[in-house]
Design a binder for this molecule. Structure first.
Ligand SMILES: Nc1nc2c(c(=O)[nH]1)N[C@H]1C(S)=C(S)[C@@H](COP(=O)(O)O)O[C@H]1N2
Ligand SMILES: [Mo]
Length: 326
């Protein structure tokens, strides 16, 4: 997805990096176990939350799909989070760059209940569900991930958006002193994303605070990130610090960076190719772990319209030319 990078070359580069990260992690965990170190220390993580099981009951969601899940080790070591580095293995390696305590979320714009809220107050009213979703990156790889969290719309309604709230915008933490990726010019920082308000209120759109029954790790967007399963992965903005209700369509990071390649809507659509590669098929990261990262990719499978969620979300776009609004 990086500009000025040949796609096939990038895949090779990330495979090599990730194998090295896998090896490093494995030997480090072995050493830590031998020394009798536990929990977060064994993971090389400075914050206690990583690997921490979620508290309380987790509700099974009717929106879950019944497909083979991506291994937790894969979903938490093969990441796109450019603030933590550009290669797929970098975010896991650099997870301690993201400081998640304390964490506040500012809510403003077209709503009656704006404010700045502590993370605990944001999350407290929401029962945690497990939602097993397809996750399709615009780079033509995909995963099946059991996210933990709740409907985005249930959160947004608490701030009472008014009649001018046609869109909702999200912003990631800006902290270039720690998030070294923000010193690179690859994108304008902070990372920003947005949805039309009806998309945001759709019950499939969710805020994830966990995955695999544990608190969400830094590299996957701690402490709270967006998941919009019918859209390309880059819409799923990580580590959210700000939510703004707007009347105008808000700017979005990849669209700002390469407007001919990444649109505002970015619904998964196998019929609209990326200018530099086909979107007709994808490689799923649900293979066996034993053979290293390249063995984790399955053969290519067909990409589904709206990533398989057409029955649920198709009506949101019934009046749009889906080839034009990419
Ligand atoms: N702030 C921020 N959010 C981000 C990104 C990023 O670089 N920065 N990458 C996006 C992309 S391209 C994808 S595919 C998903 C990856 O999520 P995952 O690492 O949990 O699979 O996060 C998205 N959210
Ligand atoms: Mo992506």
């Amino acid at each position: 997805m990086r500009k000025r990078t040949i796609y096939s070359a990038k895949i090779r580069e990330t495979e090599v990096t990730d194998k090295a990260v896998f090896r490093q992690r494995r030997s480090f965990i072995k050493q830590a176990a031998a020394l009798g170190l536990t929990g977060s220390i064994a993971g090389g993580v400075s914050q206690a939350q990583a690997g921490t099981p979620l508290q309380g009951p987790i509700i099974k969601s009717p929106y879950s799909i019944d497909e083979e899940q991506t291994l937790k080790e894969t979903a938490t070591t093969y990441n796109n989070f450019y603030e933590l580095g550009l290669n797929k293995g970098d975010p896991a390696k650099n997870q301690n760059w993201l400081k998640t305590e304390p964490w506040t979320v500012q809510v403003d714009g077209e709503c009656s209940k704006p404010g700045t809220f502590n993370l605990e107050d944001i999350l407290k009213p929401h029962a945690i569900e497990e939602r097993i979703y397809r996750h399709r990156c615009v780079e033509a790889w995909s995963m099946v991930v059991p996210w933990n969290g709740f409907a985005l719309g249930d959160l947004l309604k608490r701030f009472e958006p008014n009649g001018n709230a046609k869109y909702v915008a999200f912003t990631t933490l800006y902290d270039p002193d720690r998030l070294e990726g923000q010193r690179s010019r690859v994108l304008e920082w902070p990372y920003v994303e947005g949805l039309r308000i009806d998309e945001a209120m759709h019950p499939l759109a969710m805020i994830a605070t966990g995955m695999y029954g544990e608190e969400i790790p830094a590299q996957n967007g701690a402490p709270m990130r967006l998941i919009v399963p019918w859209k390309y992965g880059f819409k799923g903005i990580k580590s959210i610090v700000k939510i703004t209700f707007t009347e105008e369509q808000p700017p979005t990071s990849w669209n700002l960076s390469a407007p001919h390649e990444y649109g505002f809507f970015s619904n998964v659509n196998p019929q609209v190719n990326h200018p530099r590669w086909s979107q007709a098929r994808e490689r799923k990261l649900t293979g066996e772990a034993a053979g290293g990262l390249s063995a984790l990719f399955t053969a290519k499978v067909d990409t589904l319209m709206f990533n398989g969620y057409a029955d649920e979300v198709g009506s949101l776009y019934s009046d749009m030319d889906l080839a034009k609004y990419f």
